[in-house]
Design a protein around this ligand. Structure first.
Ligand code: CA
Length: 371
């Protein structure tokens, strides 16, 4: 993948109020959401133990306990998209120990501190080795990363090739965390934006330096749910409660029209949208976040057969039938590129995946820490 990748203002607002308060409509959506997506979920039972002291800087206590992991089929929901999300079922119970979680995604400023302290060079900054890409022309063995480059005209979002996404992703020599949209770009003025173009090893290296680790996907989802059980989003069941934007996602016709109605066409500085029940920001949208589990579509089927497991760490190996030879780790939360037209993985229980050496300009991470 890596080497390949407003009559008047009053009139309008009255109309919006009229729509928002048609009781049957509003209630219908919420009821459908509860019935459709809460099926299979049991209450979250947080662990009784209090936080073990004051939180480390920038972290919040996630109590652990027992909860239902997974996602019901979201296709009949508003903003639910067209993907059944079968890899997020069966919904099953999982038990977790408590842990600290970063309240926001790791930022450019934080990553820069790590690089300054260690001299670390990210995967995207290293020229690909010829032995890793047999047959690749030498001129293609150039350090770089994959950047979102929307086509000028509308394109099919899916086709039989399985590679429709290549219509809006391009491998760009010189792209890296320091140059998020290509060699001419920089992180100047972007200290609070999440770092991007981080491969899995880069995220792991940062975490080790910070005395932290990457979350398992069960930990990530427990944290994202913020104490709620079976809610569609980290904040509840409505995509825009009282008309508010709750996450940085995509509005407009993907991938050619980005209206940025939520305030941001691309990355948003961390913490611009409301926090969830545990005080965590951007658990939906903005950037995808690496988790430590290998990805397999049958992870949940296997796990459900074993009963309630404490602190599951995922399968021993990776397998993605769509790209069988590619080792992939789980990614969670979706990004600013997610919309119901293509990828509705801003829905909290859904699962994503990424080839481990591929960072792009919508993949980042956050860390956790054991008490
Ligand atoms: Ca947006």
């Amino acid at each position: 993948m890596r080497a390949a990748a407003t009559t008047g203002r009053w009139g309008k607002s009255r109309r919006r109020l009229a729509v928002a308060f048609v009781p049957g409509l509003a209630l219908g959506i919420v009821t459908a959401a509860r019935e459709t997506l809460a099926a299979g979920f049991e209450p979250t039972v947080p662990a009784a133990a209090a936080a073990p002291g004051d939180p480390p800087a920038g972290m919040a206590w996630i109590p652990g306990g027992e909860f239902s992991l997974g996602c019901a089929d979201p296709r009949r929901l508003p903003f639910g998209g067209s993907d059944p999300m079968a890899d997020a079922r069966p919904i099953h119970r999982v038990k977790l120990s408590g842990f600290w979680s970063d309240v926001h995604e790791v930022t450019n400023a934080q990553f820069a501190a790590f690089v300054t302290a260690t001299g670390y060079v990210t995967v995207a900054e290293r020229p690909p080795r010829a032995e890793d890409f047999p047959g690749a022309p030498p001129e293609n063995l150039v350090a770089g990363s994959i950047v979102f480059a929307p086509p000028a005209e509308a394109v099919p979002l899916r086709d039989d090739s399985g590679a429709a996404h290549l219509r809006w992703w391009s491998y760009l020599p010189g792209a890296s965390w320091k140059h998020p949209t290509g060699p001419a770009s920089s992180t100047e003025g972007r200290d609070r934006e999440p770092v991007v173009h981080v491969a899995y090893a880069d995220a792991e290296a940062y975490a080790a330096w910070a005395g932290k680790r990457l979350p398992t996907e069960a930990e990530w989802e427990f944290a994202a749910r913020g104490g709620r059980s079976g809610a569609v989003y980290p904040w509840g069941d409505e995509f825009r409660p009282q008309g508010n934007w709750m996450a940085n996602t995509w509005q407009g016709r993907f991938p050619v029209e980005n209206t940025a109605a939520d305030g941001f066409a691309g990355l948003a500085p961390v913490g611009r949208y409301p926090a969830n029940g545990y005080g965590l920001f951007d658990m939906s949208g903005n950037v995808w976040e690496w988790c430590s589990d290998w990805y397999r579509p049958d992870t949940y089927a296997r796990a459900a057969r074993r009963g309630v497991v404490l602190d599951p760490a995922g399968p021993a190996d990776s397998f993605d039938p769509q790209e069988p030879g590619q080792p992939k780790r789980v990614q969670r939360g979706g990004s600013y590129l997610c919309s119901d037209q293509y990828c509705s993985r801003y829905i909290v229980g859904t699962r994503g995946k990424g080839e481990v050496s591929s960072g792009t300009n919508h993949i980042g991470f956050r860390c956790v820490k054991d008490p």
